[in-house]
Write a protein that binds this ligand. Structure first.
Ligand code: AVI
Length: 323
């Protein structure tokens, strides 16, 4: 058992400890008139598991649809990319998706997953090495929205291919999306970017995808408060906030919010933040694109749209943008 005195010292030290990135960003986000926090903080261990469950939900069509596109058009994608490719994945998310790409390509030589979490990366790399013994797997721990250094090119490598599936691009603001594409353009010169983005569609389908009947998306959204309570010592009462997701048609995006169900106060780092009933914390934007809109954005970033694949219902799109 921990003696009471050291427990007290631990708590005091914890209170005095400087806030983490999450703490700082939440503090600033709660201090603004319109309260918000970046969706990047959804993905602690529990949040990542909830996101994996979202991808399996009957209403959440993007994952399934993108995987079908990658499978059905594997030969054409491989044709565009050519042999001996070097695949750079932005965010070491779904090994399932990169496997589809690696299986489609002719003798890919190197796979470089970039992710901010080294822990996640190491395990992912190990599993892939076991299954693709001919592939050099060289993870890079970095924030891929910042300029970064990739392993030197070396002999015998084909095109350098960026892989950015899942419509993660849609979680950026339009300015951030452009900045990311510009960064990718510089990094991938002589090769290209294979990017998957969700398409504008019947709002009812979008609404269902972000308000699933099992409540997994609601749990994913609320987990942000659970994480804050655990990591930052906040006192959010999870029963007093609810999940809200709706399509903002003029801005072509799903917005996710956490809505205060009544007037209440929450404390972070010694500061009290008051909420009125109905006041929200804006937790995510998920932008939806048209095929032409994405291609125009790519051109603005200096990329050349070379091919696009969609499903028959045009729910989702995968673009090959040459650099
Ligand atoms: C990761 N990202 C593309 C997902 C999306 O659809 O915007 C995150 C998500 N949010 C709610 N459901 C899924």
């Amino acid at each position: 058992a921990i003696p009471a005195v050291s427990l007290h010292a631990f708590r005091t030290a914890q209170r005095a400890a400087p806030l983490s990135d999450f703490g700082r960003e939440l503090f600033m986000g709660l201090s603004r008139g319109t309260r918000s926090v970046s969706p990047k903080f959804f993905y602690d261990a529990a949040g990542s598991q909830l996101f994996d469950r979202i991808c399996e939900l009957p209403e959440y069509y993007p994952t399934r649809t993108e995987m079908r596109i990658l499978t059905e058009h594997a030969a054409e994608i491989a044709e565009q990319i050519g042999p001996h490719a070097e695949v750079i994945e932005f965010g070491a998310g779904s090994l399932t998706k990169v496997r589809l790409l690696l299986d489609a390509l002719r003798s890919p030589r190197r796979y470089v997953p970039i992710d901010i979490s080294g822990e996640h990366l190491g395990a992912a790399a190990q599993r892939l090495r076991a299954d693709y013994p001919q592939l050099a797997v060289q993870p890079v721990v970095a924030d891929y929205t910042m300029p970064l250094v990739l392993p030197a090119r070396g002999e015998g490598l084909g095109q350098r291919v960026g892989f950015f599936p899942g419509s993660t691009l849609g979680n950026f603001s339009p300015d951030e999306a452009l900045a990311f594409l510009q960064l990718a353009q510089r990094l991938l010169r002589g090769g290209g970017l294979l990017v998957g983005v969700d398409l504008v569609k019947d709002p009812a389908l979008l609404h269902a995808a972000y308000n699933d009947s099992q409540g997994v998306t609601a749990a994913f959204n609320l987990n942000l408060l659970r994480r804050a309570n655990r990591e930052l010592g906040t006192d959010f009462d999870l029963d007093n906030f609810s999940h809200a997701a709706f399509y903002n048609a003029p801005l072509r995006r799903i917005e996710m919010h956490l809505v205060s169900r009544r007037a209440q106060g929450v404390t972070l780092d010694g500061q009290r933040f008051d909420f009125e009933e109905g006041e929200t914390i804006h937790t995510e934007n998920s932008h939806k694109f048209t095929v032409d809109g994405l291609r125009a954005l790519a051109v603005k970033a200096g990329l050349r749209p070379a091919a696009v694949w969609t499903d028959p219902q045009r729910l989702f799109s995968v673009h090959w943008l040459q650099s």
